[in-house]
Design a binder for this molecule. Structure first.
Ligand SMILES: NC(=O)c1ccc[n+]([C@@H]2O[C@H](COP(=O)([O-])OP(=O)(O)OC[C@H]3O[C@@H](n4cnc5c(N)ncnc54)[C@H](O)[C@@H]3O)[C@@H](O)[C@H]2O)c1
Length: 346
């Protein structure tokens, strides 16, 4: 594999799948063999317009796609014969049912955070456990919120500063593309179970994290906001904490004093920076409001849910196939290709 490109298919060309496809195309050690889905509307027509071979995930979908005038390269069974790895970004339940199909085809598979840890027996965040994914046949890239928790608390832990962490997650109601048909309006809905699943989910990647999360859904589509209270192992300075976050990959600092005061300001800035779809792959952490009082730490950050797991998925491809053995080398390669930064202060 070392001199060949990894051959990749994406099944489920939705919010996550379409971004994975573009990110694969941006890597010089990967080739996008095709994308698969079941719809026949503008979503797959954009894939056709981009020149991506489009496959139908089912035979019925192939018929309806052809009837709609979409050029279909084959069905899912065909494309998985031609690849080393499939990134499955289909909805919950659909994805889980595909694992045996991928195993039978002898290919590697990467699932997303809507699936349970038990499906793959391995949950992935590149900076935390890349090495344990090398050579496996399957893994699950954890959800957007869980990815952010592992990145940030993992950074504090690696610096020897983390004792325990308690976080409140204010979640977006729905993704923008589907806000015509789903999502709460004019209310805030607390989840009925505490801890919410994200804390325990982070423990599937870093088992000894002392973390509790409380989640609420709010009536907006502009990504998630986290508010954290952390007990440190010792009194520390703000500079030490910022250095710990800076040391870890994929955390970038925001400053309210620059006018970046809310979720919408950040997303406007991403669009103005010319990022694809206005994506922010980094955890956007407010540097100026971060506060340390003795051994207590408080901070806010933004999770752009539609994009944060994309670089992790690219690293998971390299890890499963084993074309790069070093986590930091893969992370650097991915981040260079996509254009991640460490600070949004312009
Ligand atoms: N949306 C987010 O912010 C986000 C963030 C992180 C992780 N995830 C996870 O990513 C996964 C995908 O979520 P999403 O938001 O991209 O969903 P989505 O609804 O935007 O996309 C899913 C795609 O799969 C297609 N599909 C449906 N049935 C299919 C089938 N049988 N075969 C092939 N394709 C089929 C749909 O047409 C759609 O294009 C889920 O596990 C989700 O939890 C989502």
């Amino acid at each position: 594999m070392s001199h060949q490109k990894a051959r990749v298919a994406v099944n489920g060309y939705g919010v996550i799948g379409k971004r994975i496809a573009d990110a694969v195309v941006a890597q010089d050690d990967m080739e996008l063999v095709g994308v698969a889905d079941v719809v026949n509307d503008w979503r797959v027509r954009v894939a056709v317009a981009k020149g991506y071979p489009v496959f139908a995930s089912t035979r019925e979908a192939a018929d309806s796609m052809r009837a709609a005038g979409i050029s279909v390269a084959g069905i899912l069974d065909d494309v998985i014969q031609q690849v080393d790895v499939v990134c499955d970004a289909t909805p919950k339940k659909v994805a889980a049912a595909n694992l045996e199909k991928y195993r039978a085809a002898g290919i590697k598979s990467i699932f997303q955070g809507g699936e349970k840890h038990s499906l793959t027996g391995h949950s992935f965040v590149a900076q935390a456990n890349y090495a344990t994914a090398i050579g496996r046949d399957t893994t699950r890239v954890v959800s957007c919120n869980t990815t952010s928790i592992v990145r940030t608390l993992g950074a504090l832990k690696d610096a020897g500063l983390l004792k325990k962490a308690r976080g409140v997650l204010i979640r977006r109601a729905t993704d923008p593309w589907e806000s015509d048909h789903t999502g709460v309006m004019n209310t805030v809905v607390p989840e009925t179970v505490i801890p919410s699943h994200q804390g325990p989910d982070a423990q599937t990647v870093i088992p000894d994290l002392d973390v509790v999360t409380i989640a609420v859904v709010a009536a907006h589509t502009t990504s998630h906001l986290h508010a954290w209270s952390v007990e440190l192992t010792r009194p520390a300075t703000k500079e030490e904490v910022l250095a710990a976050f800076h040391e870890a990959p994929r955390i970038a600092f925001l400053r309210a004093t620059d006018g970046v005061v809310a979720l919408n300001s950040t997303l406007e800035m991403m669009a103005d920076l010319g990022r694809p779809r206005g994506d922010m792959w980094e955890v956007g952490l407010w540097e100026d409001s971060l506060t340390v009082k003795g051994n207590e730490l408080f901070y806010n950050y933004q999770v752009y849910n539609q994009a944060i797991v994309i670089p992790e998925t690219i690293d998971a491809i390299r890890a499963l196939i084993g074309i790069e053995k070093e986590a930091m080398a893969s992370i650097a390669k991915t981040d260079q290709a996509l254009g991640l930064v460490r600070r949004f202060t312009l």
